[in-house]
Design a binder for this molecule. Sequence first.
Ligand code: MG
Length: 292
Amino acid sequence: MPPYLGESQESAAKFLSKIDLSGFGDPFRMEDILDYIDGIDAGNCAAKAAVDIALHDLAGKLAGQPWYRIWGLNPGKTPNTSFTIGIDSAEVVRQKVAEASAYKILKVKLGRDNDREMIETVRSATPVPIAVDVNQGWKEKEKALEMIHWLKEMGVVLVEQPLPKGQVDDMAWLRERSVLPLFGDEAVQRLPDIVKAAGLYHGINIKLMKCTGMREAFVMAKTARALGMKVMIGCMTETSCAVSAAAQLSPLAEFADLDGNLLIANDLFHGMEVRDGKITLNDLPGIGVRKI
Ligand code: MG
């Protein structure tokens, strides 16, 4: 559970125990069911996403179709996924980059005092494009702009959440001058947040655990595109269950950061696969998973 969203295993279990689906008989009435779930309590987005994903899986299985087909999306248009290289010693970073040679884009977390060193180390080991995620780590807009210029020279292709989400005026200033596309992550959780983000970011990072699941994520992707914004589909630390659910949407995204299942040792599912760096959807109905 991502700590900044305030959920825990206990809070999720408590939320799920409040659900009473006895008033619903038809799993295809997803709007009614998920409006009810969303109205039980505020927040609890990951717990709500659990219900949303299960319901989508059920409806897809009853219909005999994977969700990308129900949504009318082309599975050939999935993006490459980035693979995250964590902050570590130069030697370990180079080794991790070598192990990630199948990926066509790498993600590097910045926002500390060794940002340039980290990028130089990764760049010394590979020529692939780099996406950086600052996680609100830069505080001054002028310094952020200077870094963005330098990062572009270093082959970085996008910057995620450069400033704290509350620095709205600074973000508007930075977006106007930035030579790289800026993506909002912490600043954009649910659908209404996109409207506020439209003048501040070039794109948004959609995650099922932030936005209550597939129903809202699909509308968010369509809304962002209608507003001329780019779409990234991301994840938290998750099993292949949630990652495969998110992958169903990925033909709508220019960028994907769906490596959560690759960073855990206790995955319970087979699902979406990364082949030659690209998200590869299967023909299984629903969210495209089977239990290991
Ligand atoms: Mg992020």
